[in-house]
Design a protein around this ligand. Structure first.
Ligand code: GLC
Ligand code: CA
Length: 559
């Protein structure tokens, strides 16, 4: 694999609305991020991905952009962002922006012009179709947030437009070269400002299978998941390659694609040498608890399923490129609440999970608050407590699947995106040090126990474990092995044991006892030294390690 500058990096995702409020309006902002740059430098991260801060009505929290060239005043100004870029550079932290170009906001001037004159040039920036009341829609695709992906074009009762997400997020028509040109111009404008790159939102949706057609209905609403269409859409590579050529390759930018459903044969094109993207997320573990119907039952064989998913996806890309590793992001519940049984959730199991995903091949991403072990919200009592536009669909779906109202709310507690969006838990002060006024989304009541202030100086805290992991990965003696070392599962068949080796100039063994019960692991060669563990006094005896529940070890083996 050709070495690239981003292979060695550690990325931190900020959800700006919930990170730090600097001006007492209850909404996190860019100046709040600047205030915390020293904290992020001390943690050891290299790249900061900001979820969208562009001008937006915030119908989908900024993933609905009404002006790509401006910052939303709630987050600050272009000057603030420029300062963040400069201050970041001083600390060797690059800024990665979110690139949302499958759709824009219905308040973007392109869409407004399209509504004024659907036959004009801006009408062709979108998917607009003629439609008379009572007629069949062009296709039966279900929008990701529920309901049909067609709505009447504002001001017209004989025209409709396509939105695969929220109705305030009209899809941009990538088949139109003029639209693509506008997008590339905008991307280059940002790259010329000195940002390090982009996280690329929902990008797999830009290629539609045309002409529009129905797919078999997969729920009682008579609609069909967009995924059924995406499976048949071909030719996205032409768009992605063009975008990479026009923008990213010229700037040697870091790009990470939010890609689902990619086909095996496409992997080298997506993330191989000179691929469309530098990397893309590994979402494989986020699917292990996705059953066809909603259920509040705990997942059976969690550890084995996690192991299988994580190992398989890295085997799949071996020799091709690097994936980006996550346990959570702003769209997922908190990783520790999802991948550890509730009864086993503690600092040690949180550290184990951190160690596993960090040591797998790939680029580690840390989502804000993950480094202090932030957890899901406790049981949600009513939908009003929450904010996300995806919640009603999640709830409705649970009801359709036959769950009681109480259990449907429980689904929100387990799955809502708001779990990850509550304010960062800085301290045990009122509003958890995020703001001095009531935040836009409620603080997780667990903040008295879980906050940075409490963990900062405690050598045994989850926070310091993350710091140590980052430091180890950056240690020049091990860096090549951690980044490029060959990955081989070790005793893969041993139940609830997740162990693997990474081998380059050194051999590193990673061992996790992914259960509460003890077990032991036989070693095939002597341990040279223990590089890290989440428990002192782990016992080695005659070539075996005795593991207590959730023990985690990184060791160097004799070569
Ligand atoms: C991505 C974002 C998500 C957003 C969606 C639509 O999946 O991560 O937050 O709702 O795209 O832009
Ligand atoms: Ca603010």
């Amino acid at each position: 694999m050709e070495k690239k500058w981003w292979h060695r990096k550690i990325v931190y995702q900020i959800y700006p609305k919930s990170f730090k409020d600097s001006n007492s309006d209850g909404i996190g902002d860019i100046r709040g991020i600047i205030e915390k740059l020293d904290y992020l430098q001390d943690l050891g991260i290299d790249l900061l991905w900001l979820s969208p801060i562009y001008r937006s009505p915030l119908a989908d929290q900024g993933y609905d952009i009404s002006d790509y060239y401006n910052i939303d005043p709630r987050f600050g100004s272009l000057e603030d962002l420029q300062e963040l870029i400069e201050e970041g550079k001083k600390r060797n932290i690059g800024i990665v922006m979110d690139l949302v170009v499958n759709h824009c906001s219905d308040e973007h001037e392109w869409f407004k012009k399209a509504c004024e004159d659907p036959e004009g040039p801006y009408g062709k920036f979108f998917y607009i179709e003629d439609h008379k009341k009572g007629e069949k829609l062009p296709c039966n695709w279900r929008s990701y947030f529920g309901g049909s992906c067609w709505d009447y074009l504002p001001g017209h009762d004989d025209k409709i437009y396509l939105h695969v997400f929220h109705k305030k997020q009209p899809d941009l028509n990538w088949e139109n070269p003029l639209l693509r040109k506008e997008i590339y111009k905008m991307i280059n404008w940002w790259l010329d400002k000195g940002i390090a790159g982009f996280r690329i939102d929902a990008i797999i949706n830009i290629k539609k299978k045309l002409p529009f057609q129905d797919y078999p209905a997969d729920r009682c609403d008579g609609l069909s998941s967009i995924e059924n269409m995406l499976k048949e859409a071909t030719g996205i590579g032409e768009f992605l390659n063009e975008m990479a050529d026009e923008c990213f390759r010229k700037h040697d930018s870091f790009t990470v694609g939010e890609v689902f459903n990619e086909k095996d044969s496409e992997l080298p094109l997506f993330i191989g040498e000179n691929g469309y993207f530098s990397t893309m997320f590994d979402f494989s573990t986020t699917f292990i608890d996705e059953t066809p119907v909603s259920t509040v039952e705990p997942l059976k064989d969690l550890a084995e399923k996690y192991k299988k998913a994580a190992f398989a996806s890295h085997k799949r890309v071996e020799g091709i490129g690097l994936l980006s590793n996550i346990i959570e992001n702003h769209d997922e519940p908190r990783g520790v609440s999802r991948y550890i049984k509730p009864e086993d959730l503690c600092d040690n199991s949180k550290k184990m999970l951190a160690g596993i995903y960090f040591m797998m091949p790939g680029i580690p991403f840390i989502y804000q608050g993950q480094e202090i072990g932030m957890e899901n919200l406790p049981e949600v009592k009513s939908m009003e407590e929450l904010d996300d536009c995806a919640n009603p669909h999640l709830y409705q779906r649970a009801i359709e699947d036959g769950l009681s109202e109480k259990d449907a709310l429980k689904i929100l507690s387990l799955k809502s995106r708001d779990n990850a969006r509550t304010p960062f838990q800085w301290s045990e002060d009122k509003y958890t040090g995020f703001s001095d006024t009531e935040p836009w989304l409620k603080v997780n009541p667990k903040y008295k126990d879980i906050n940075l202030e409490k963990q900062k100086d405690d050598a045994g805290s989850v926070f310091n474990f993350y710091k140590e992991l980052i430091k180890l990965r950056k240690n020049p003696d091990y860096l090549d092995t951690m980044v490029y070392g060959e990955f081989s599962p070790y005793h893969e068949e041993q139940k609830n044991l997740l162990s693997f080796k990474r081998k380059a100039d050194k051999t590193i063994l990673v061992v996790a006892n992914y259960q509460n019960e003890p077990q032991s692991l036989v070693l095939d060669r002597p341990v040279k030294s223990i590089l890290m563990s989440n428990r002192k006094d782990i016992c080695f005896d005659n070539g075996a390690i005795s593991l207590q529940g959730y023990d985690f070890i990184i060791a160097e083996l004799e070569n």
